[in-house]
Design a protein around this ligand. Structure first.
Ligand code: ZN
Length: 325
């Protein structure tokens, strides 16, 4: 069968994942959608978007083609918004509601959630022809939940499709993996990642090219990570090279916060390193600065106080810069 043109599928907005789009759209086009998929890939590269789009293609009541949902009918809107009654989502958010617990407490998918999913899957569809279950993250199932899921995969109720999402499939039972068709999601190439960020910016915030380029460099191909970095960047936005010393010291102090300090300091240093490496490539930054930033990162990771480690690094960098001028 010839490949389905990506631009004419419901996945056309999913950037940088041509292989995954090809697998998903060719089985939709052929009308042979497997009972279970396992979407594997790093966080934030489009697995959830792909799931939403794919479920629209299956549930749409006025599809333009088997791979092209209308994206406007009731079922499309509900599927796209994650509220379709024939889609069960075994996620931390839903589990928190089921267990009446805060969402932050959810670190694994538990047996009760899988049992609830089984109940929903065993009923007739309420609106469409099929029922769909999402298990996200499927690499965080407790043992009992994994075995219950395995039973469902071994004998899936009629007209059901399961989609498992995982960033670390090594954490999953082989017997679960082998019953799923695996769809691989890759880190996005920088150009695609930048386009996604620019698209989002075009819808709202003004564009800051340098900041976007920083985020793309540090995000390792993950849209989710890039967005996190951009929002952190706002709070980490500080002219450590030009500010008065007293302000620099005060700014460093905020990393003393025991809960946020270390992560924020690590993020700051990772972005600083990405920038230094870039600058070193065309001679705007001496390679020793990279070593200095790496040493500070190691110190922060080895639980030296992040405020002190940053203070020492930034003061040293300022002194060295003055010396060079
Ligand atoms: Zn539709």
């Amino acid at each position: 069968m010839s490949p389905v043109a990506e631009s004419s599928t419901v996945f056309r907005s999913l950037r940088g994942q041509p292989a995954a789009v090809e697998v998903l759209s060719s089985s939709l086009a052929a009308g042979r959608v497997p009972h279970a998929y396992l979407f594997v890939g790093p966080d934030g590269v489009g697995k959830r978007t792909a799931f939403l789009k794919w479920s629209q293609a299956l549930l749409c009541e006025a599809p333009l083609s088997p791979v092209m949902a209308c994206e406007e009918c009731g079922p499309c809107r509900k599927a796209g918004g994650g509220i379709h009654p024939d889609v069960f989502r075994a996620t931390f958010e839903i589990q928190a509601i089921l267990l009446k617990e805060p969402v932050e407490k959810q670190k694994s998918i538990k047996i009760d959630t899988v049992r609830e999913m089984e109940k929903v899957l065993s009923r007739k569809p309420l609106e469409g022809r099929v029922k769909i279950a999402l298990i996200d993250p499927a690499d965080k199932l407790v043992d009992a939940a994994a075995h219950a899921l395995l039973k469902i995969l071994e004998e899936p109720p009629p007209a059901t499709h399961l989609v498992l999402l995982a960033s670390d499939q090594g954490q999953m039972l082989d017997t679960i993996r082998s019953r799923c068709q695996i769809v691989r999601f890759r880190p996005l190439p920088s150009s695609d990642l930048l386009s996604v960020l620019e698209d989002r910016a075009a819808r709202g915030e003004p564009l800051d090219r340098e900041r976007f380029a920083d985020a793309v460099r540090a995000a390792e191909g993950s849209v989710g990570r890039a967005l996190e970095i951009l929002s952190e960047a706002e709070s980490l936005d500080f002219d450590w090279e030009g500010s008065p010393l007293s302000e620099l010291l005060k700014w460093c102090e905020q990393f003393g916060n025991p809960r946020l300090g270390r992560d924020a300091a690590e993020d700051f240093l990772r972005r600083l390193l990405a920038r230094f490496r870039d600058e070193a490539r065309d001679g705007r930054r001496p390679p020793e600065d990279i070593e200095r930033a790496l040493t500070a990162l190691t110190r922060v990771r080895r639980s030296v106080g992040p405020s002190l480690a940053l203070q020492a690094l930034l003061l040293k960098l300022r002194r060295e810069k003055k010396r060079r001028i």
